[in-house]
Design a protein around this ligand. Structure first.
Ligand code: NDP
Length: 290
């Protein structure tokens, strides 16, 4: 069989950001200001610093104003909650992003629940989780939203497709399953306690993998012709002391069986940031509509 198509998430994300930029320009013409995104980073974790920089640069390119709040690593929970209260009340701010993970002295749950659900562009607040699961309009977590947009772009209507999601985290696996269910797929979610994972995965027309285990999914997990989205980002050490990024899917092996596969890097990662900007624009539009 022909090798699987490599899905260019990077190119798709570029097109999505261009759409957001158009929407931002229209918003600005109506509202007299740009959509605004507050970005909070606590501490100096190098990976988080890179993510935050990328988000702010891409926001600027899409006509979104960022309001950075770079706080020292010893910031306490009350200080952070006070800042969030200020941002909740700030009319220039449409979205509030708190870069995770937070230092140990701050409880993630308290922070997420303090964000105004209308400004919760990560879609982690229980109100948005509940709205998603009851089929109401909601701000939806960026990574699974990016996966859904890629799938709809390629397949159109997803009704009746058999989808398997590997992983059940609150930020990827669970909302992914919910989105696919809302799109009328038949959804199975598997996790570390599931039996016969490979057989479950082999039933999938659509396989979304968010496990955090480098190249765990090989060709034996794949139904011929399936579309495979690899959410995993794993850094593995090389013999020469360098390291490289890889997904949860063994790309070359899976490509011999699947119909299409996303690479890592250049697949789902760029879609996640593009969806953050899309959510910020959606939040701005919804806030000014009433
Ligand atoms: P979590 O660690 O929160 O969840 C991992 C899930 O995988 C859990 O549900 C766990 O099961 C399941 N799991 C672990 N080992 C196995 C196994 N051997 N067999 C079956 N299931 C297993 O991770 P996240 O969901 O936060 O992230 C997953 C991956 O995606 C990571 O590599 C992360 O870096 C990446 N990621 C990428 C993003 C992007 O922008 N592309 C954004 C977010 C995450 P159980 O619940 O039973 O423990």
């Amino acid at each position: 069989a022909a090798p699987a198509e490599r899905i260019d998430g990077k190119a798709f994300a570029t097109a999505l950001r261009a759409d957001v930029a158009e929407g931002s320009a229209r918003f600005r013409a109506q509202a007299g200001r740009q959509p605004g995104l507050a970005v909070i980073l606590v501490g100096d974790d190098p990976a988080s610093q890179v993510y935050v920089k990328t988000k702010m640069r891409q926001a600027a390119d899409a006509g979104i104003t960022s309001f950075p709040h770079l706080l020292p690593g010893n910031t306490n929970q009350d200080e952070l909650l006070q800042l969030i209260a200020l941002l909740n009340g700030d009319d220039q701010v449409d979205g509030i992003l708190v870069q995770l993970p937070l230092p140990a002295q701050i409880e993630e749950k308290a922070v997420i629940e303090a964000i105004d659900p209308a400004k919760d562009v990560d879609g982690f607040h229980p109100v948005n989780v509940g709205r998603l699961s009851t089929g109401q309009s909601a701000l939806v977590p960026c990574t699974p939203l990016g996966c859904l947009l890629l799938l709809q772009d390629r397949l159109g209507d997803l009704s009746g497709k058999k989808a398997v999601v590997v992983g059940r985290s609150n930020i990827v696996g669970k909302p992914m399953g919910q989105l696919l269910l809302n799109a009328h797929c038949t959804v199975t979610t598997v996790h570390s306690r599931s039996q016969d994972l490979a057989a479950e995965c082999r039933s999938a027309d659509i396989l979304v993998v968010a496990v955090g285990r480098a190249e765990m999914i090989d060709a034996s997990y794949i139904k011929p012709g399936a579309i495979v989205l690899d959410v995993g980002i794993n850094r593995i050490a090389l013999e020469d002391g360098q390291s490289r990024l890889t997904g949860d899917v063994d790309f070359d092996a899976v490509s011999t069986v699947a119909g299409a596969v996303t690479p890592v890097p250049g697949g789902i990662g760029p879609m996640t940031v593009a969806c953050l900007l899309r959510n910020t624009l959606s939040a701005a539009q919804a806030r000014t509509a009433h």
